[in-house]
Design a protein. Structure first.
Length: 128
């Protein structure tokens, strides 16, 4: 059996890509963190989502809907967010199928900041 591909769409295996971040590794860029957060939604890893959320905007808890199946990620644009940057944005579209079989997408421009050497998700603006 071949190793499963990472849900974030890089073509790497889950273990080579977002799996290592879900196990506590740090993201090198804002885009890498955003991809790992998408994969966390896809695999149901709420702990990773909370751990990578800025404390000023992080919710107290997070309940993921197991009926939602995330089906694809498109990174549309990035600004900043490189290895030596302190902030960045990533515009993305994440496709899903809900529990009723309806297809949809979340289109967002997310803001990331580096705190203590770690990239964190700050907030996002929903786009049409």
């Amino acid at each position: 059996m071949a190793p499963r591909r990472c849900p974030c769409g890089t073509g790497l295996t889950y273990a080579e890509c977002c799996g290592r971040l879900h196990e506590g590794g740090g993201a090198a860029t804002a885009e890498q963190l955003m991809r790992s957060r998408y994969s966390a939604f896809a695999v149901g890893d709420a702990a990773h989502l909370l751990a990578t959320w800025h404390p000023d905007t992080r919710p107290g808890s997070l309940d993921l809907d197991p009926a939602v199946r995330w089906t694809g990620l498109e990174v549309l644009a990035t600004t900043g967010g490189a290895m030596l940057a302190t902030e960045g944005t990533v515009e993305f579209r994440a496709s899903y199928v809900d529990g009723g079989g309806r297809r949809g997408a979340q289109h967002e421009d997310s803001r990331f900041v580096r705190v203590g050497g770690r990239w964190l998700y700050l907030d996002g603006v929903a786009l049409p």
